[in-house]
Design a protein around this ligand. Structure first.
Ligand SMILES: Cc1cc2nc3c(=O)[nH]c(=O)nc-3n(C[C@H](O)[C@H](O)[C@H](O)COP(=O)(O)OP(=O)(O)OC[C@H]3O[C@@H](n4cnc5c(N)ncnc54)[C@H](O)[C@@H]3O)c2cc1C
Length: 409
């Protein structure tokens, strides 16, 4: 296992420069248009697929990078390009992580290629956990999965919300309740194959930011899927439920991992890296602007009031990146997050993105407030990072509980 390093190696630098080139040449010029259209930028996803950035191979390579820095480096560059388009490109990855974290080898081999499609016929995937009454409170989930033994099929009913790519995805990964008595321990994840009857898109949301990413409700009405679409398989589920029931009876014992939580644990540092990308993008625009905009006969950066803001912005971005890289390295090195380091990285980086993009708007003055300059969009986009995959309040709860060992509410 690689030692923790703060420097990318030559191969990683090459990949970073390649992604940066795509972000600068393809994503940036398209960003304002797709933000206004509020639609999935299919041509850009296709372009990414053609060059190999939207593919299973690309993510597998970054995911299995032994230094742990592959994914955060890729996320930072893509989200530096544009957050909305980048989420359209990487949204499939959250569903893919759901399969990798909970699925069998066979399920990974069968379904992940169908999530991405091919460069000539690109597809996307969706991970559906949140519900209207179950956002932060995952335990209030109501979507039910009932096993029909006679047909070896699962039947899903319920309404999911806020699903990135929901309804337009080729493959949907749905988290549902199999045993309501067990709370979150009674949840399991299911693959809903393309074209399955009963799955439909509900409301598509009009959003404040990341508007080039599709977010919608997913309605499940008597959705019947084959038995082998239960992620991890029935035997493993039955064993897990038996352990959870035993634990509930005895009031303690072995910790049983929840399916959705396993996905989020793995993806939190990656969300931190996305936030670093947006923050860095806004900081760079502000730095350039401050050096060229003249007021009172001198560039505005000549004023400490402006220069010190830029100094703080850069310091916070670098600190955020270090927390993200540490958590990403710990995850691949198999080091447990004993102080909730994954949550720390996401909490800090997402709040830095909000602060830095707001400061960038301020440094650009009136121009920062218009859509003529990208910091206005970056500021709107940055608001998502403290909300999805666990709000900042929930990250603080996780960290506080982990460091104290107390059931803080
Ligand atoms: C653009 C977008 C894309 C998304 N993509 C996906 C996706 O692909 N798949 C998916 O499953 N979900 C997705 N989500 C859902 C996202 O994860 C949830 O919005 C998030 O978990 C918060 O849930 P909520 O919106 O119901 O807010 P709520 O849980 O209702 O929270 C509202 C406020 O109360 C606070 N709060 C709640 N409980 C506590 C507490 N115990 N202590 C302190 N404060 C608390 C929260 O921090 C927040 O500030 C997406 C959301 C958005 C906006």
């Amino acid at each position: 296992m690689a030692e923790f390093t703060m420097e990318l190696n030559d191969d990683q630098k090459q990949v970073r420069d390649w992604i940066h080139g795509f972000a600068a040449d393809v994503m940036r010029p398209a960003a304002a248009e797709w933000d206004e259209r509020e639609e999935t930028p299919w041509p850009v996803i296709q372009e990414a697929a053609k060059v190999g950035i939207y593919s299973l191979d690309f993510y597998a390579q970054q995911f299995f990078d032994p230094t742990g820095l592959g994914i955060p480096m890729a996320m930072e560059e893509l989200f530096w390009g544009d957050a909305g388009i980048a989420l359209s490109i990487v949204g499939t990855g959250l569903a893919a992580i759901g399969v990798v974290a909970n699925g069998t080898e066979e399920q990974i081999g069968t379904w992940i290629p169908q999530m991405y499609g091919t460069p000539d016929d690109v597809k996307v995937a969706a991970f559906c956990s949140s519900e209207p009454d179950a956002g932060s409170d995952v335990g209030s989930m109501r979507t039910r999965a009932v096993y029909d033994q006679a047909k070896d099929e699962w039947v899903l009913n319920g309404t999911k919300t806020w699903a990135t790519n929901g309804g337009i995805a080729n493959v949907h990964i749905v988290v549902a309740v199999v045993d309501p008595e067990l709370g979150t321990k009674g949840h399991a994840s299911f693959i809903v194959p393309p074209g399955t009857p009963g799955l439909s898109q509900g409301q598509k949301f009009k959003k404040h930011g990341i508007r080039a990413s599709h977010t919608a409700e997913v309605v499940l009405e008597d959705v019947r899927i084959p038995g082998n679409c239960l992620l991890g398989g029935k035997e493993k589920l039955d064993e897990r439920l038996a352990r959870a029931r035993e634990r509930a009876r005895s009031g303690g014992g072995e910790r049983v991992k929840n399916a959705a939580m396993a996905t989020f644990e793995a993806s939190r540092p990656a969300v931190g890296a996305m936030a670093v990308g947006t923050a860095r993008a806004a900081y760079e625009v502000a730095l350039d602007y401050a050096k060229t905009r003249t007021q009172f006969g001198r560039p505005i950066i000549d004023n400490q009031g402006v220069a010190f803001q830029l100094a703080d912005m850069r310091t916070q971005i670098d600190a955020a990146r270090l927390l993200v890289w540490r958590a990403s390295w710990m995850a691949v090195a198999g080091r447990p997050f004993e102080s909730a380091e994954g949550s720390m990285s996401k909490l800090f980086a997402s709040e830095v993105a909000q602060k830095v993009t707001a400061q960038a708007v301020q440094i650009l003055g009136g121009n920062g407030f218009t859509r003529e300059y990208p910091v206005e969009r970056m500021h709107r986009d940055s608001a998502i990072y403290t909300i999805f995959e666990g709000t900042s309040e929930i990250q603080r709860l996780v960290i506080a509980r982990t460091i104290s060992g107390m059931p803080i509410r």
